[in-house]
Design a protein around this ligand. Sequence first.
Ligand code: DX5
Ligand code: ZN
Length: 222
Amino acid sequence: MQTVLSPSILSANFSCLADDVQRLEKSGIKDIHLDIMDGHFVDNITFGVGIIKSLRPCTKTNFDAHLMVTRPDALLAGLADAGVNSVTVHKEACLHLYHTLETIKKLGMNGGVVLNPATDYESLKYVAEDGLLTRVLIMSVEPGFGGQAYLPMSTNKIKKLTRWRADNGFDFVIQVDGGINVNNIKTVIEAGADDIVIGSAMFKNRKIEENVQSFRKLVGLC
Ligand code: DX5
Ligand code: ZN
């Protein structure tokens, strides 16, 4: 598949979120990554359903919510109502992962699972076999904050996951999140990543349009 660039608005200016999202959209971005943090699963707190709902009429981009919360199930109906298209939940936070992914599907959204750097992917076989897994998000930093350095082990994990997906005949998207910049994006794509989340590097110096163009060129989108 063609590489997808997913800017994370964690690095946007929260006082003008709609403006920042529209600048991304006008530069050719079609997917926006929404980092929801609750101060429990991770130390940081960001935004929730209310802000996403306010943002929805401002853009036609797909909304992809990454839930860094201890109780993801509590948010699902609200996210669907707010117009979110896909929801990715942390495997470490879900006691009943099958049920959570089933609920996401029933609510009309695409479901995915995020893996922290120290979490394996093998047990996702069961939810993938029943068609509940549309994406696997590999965290290439510990979740919680933007601007961290890419963890080198992530490249091998992406390669192994890519092989595992092919060996099992699965078709989920492989997404990677954390520490991606113009110097390492090609490495993660060559390892097998289809969808690249980019926070601080996409908003660097507030040169949003220039940054999008640089990434689009690097991944062959223009
Ligand atoms: C971190 C978030 C990321 C974050 C990435 O926990 O999940 O989506 O925005 O930011 P960078 O690209 O700066 O690492
Ligand atoms: Zn994220």
